[in-house]
Ligand binder design. Structure first.
Ligand SMILES: [Zn+2]
Length: 224
């Protein structure tokens, strides 16, 4: 097993849709066990394969006080209810925001033995399954923000009447091609988080990212 680099927003791979896994082979098992190790190392609850740069429908889940596991081709087949929860993401470290999530989620997937897995989950598992399946579809939690003002830095209490959020400067490593892990290009990006509204898709956000002209990372993004 190995710890893999977690891609950070606004890495374009986070906005891309992952492909269905046709066969759980050794490559998938290696990817998935690496993801579990990476998730534990990062002290997170869930991780999707595009967060480690691979466009395959694999997620890892690690609930507090439970053994971690991984799933292939997870699908949400039913949701019930609505609740507001505070959420963060390993690909946007240091920030949390209030989002709408389902109270109950029924999901199906293949487990690590290739057997059919099905669960009706609530609380943190329901939230994690929705969050990770979103990732596989190129959607980040900021897409679900109730109000952009509510995205705030961790440790900073929300202020009454706060109406402006500063844009965030990021130093990111850009990987322009899948598997191009050896020569990441270091870019300074400005994520205009203050422009996020509940109507926004991440794909519509303006980044000051110097992407190669012929390859528009937003072109392949799936809207909600
Ligand atoms: Zn995430």
């Amino acid at each position: 097993m190995a710890i893999r680099e977690i891609r950070k927003f606004p890495d374009p791979i986070l906005l891309r849709k992952c492909r269905v896994v046709r066969r759980i082979d050794d490559d998938i098992r290696k990817l998935a066990t690496d993801m579990v190790e990476t998730l534990i190392d990062a002290d997170g609850v869930g991780l999707a394969a595009n967060q480690v740069g691979i466009l395959k429908r694999v997620i890892a889940i690690h609930l507090p006080e439970e053994d971690p596991y991984w799933l292939v081709n997870p699908q949400i087949i039913r949701t019930e209810g609505n609740r507001e929860v505070e959420e963060g993401c390993l690909s946007l470290p240091g920030y949390v925001g209030l989002v709408n999530r389902s109270v109950s989620v029924t999901a199906r997937a293949l487990d690590q033995n290739g057997s059919k897995w099905r669960i009706t989950a609530e609380e943190i598992l329901a939230q994690a399954l929705e969050h990770e399946v979103d990732h596989l579809n190129g959607i980040m939690f900021m897409d679900h923000l109730l109000e952009h003002e509510r995205l705030r830095e961790v440790g900073e209490e929300p202020e009454q009447g706060e109406t402006h959020l500063h844009d965030v400067n990021y130093n990111i490593q850009a990987h322009h091609h899948e598997g191009d892990d050896d020569n990441p290009e270091l870019l300074v990006a400005k994520a205009k988080l203050s422009e996020v509204t509940p109507q926004h898709s991440m794909s519509e956000l303006a980044y000051d990212l110097q992407e190669p002209k012929e390859q528009d990372p937003r072109g392949e993004t799936t809207a909600k």
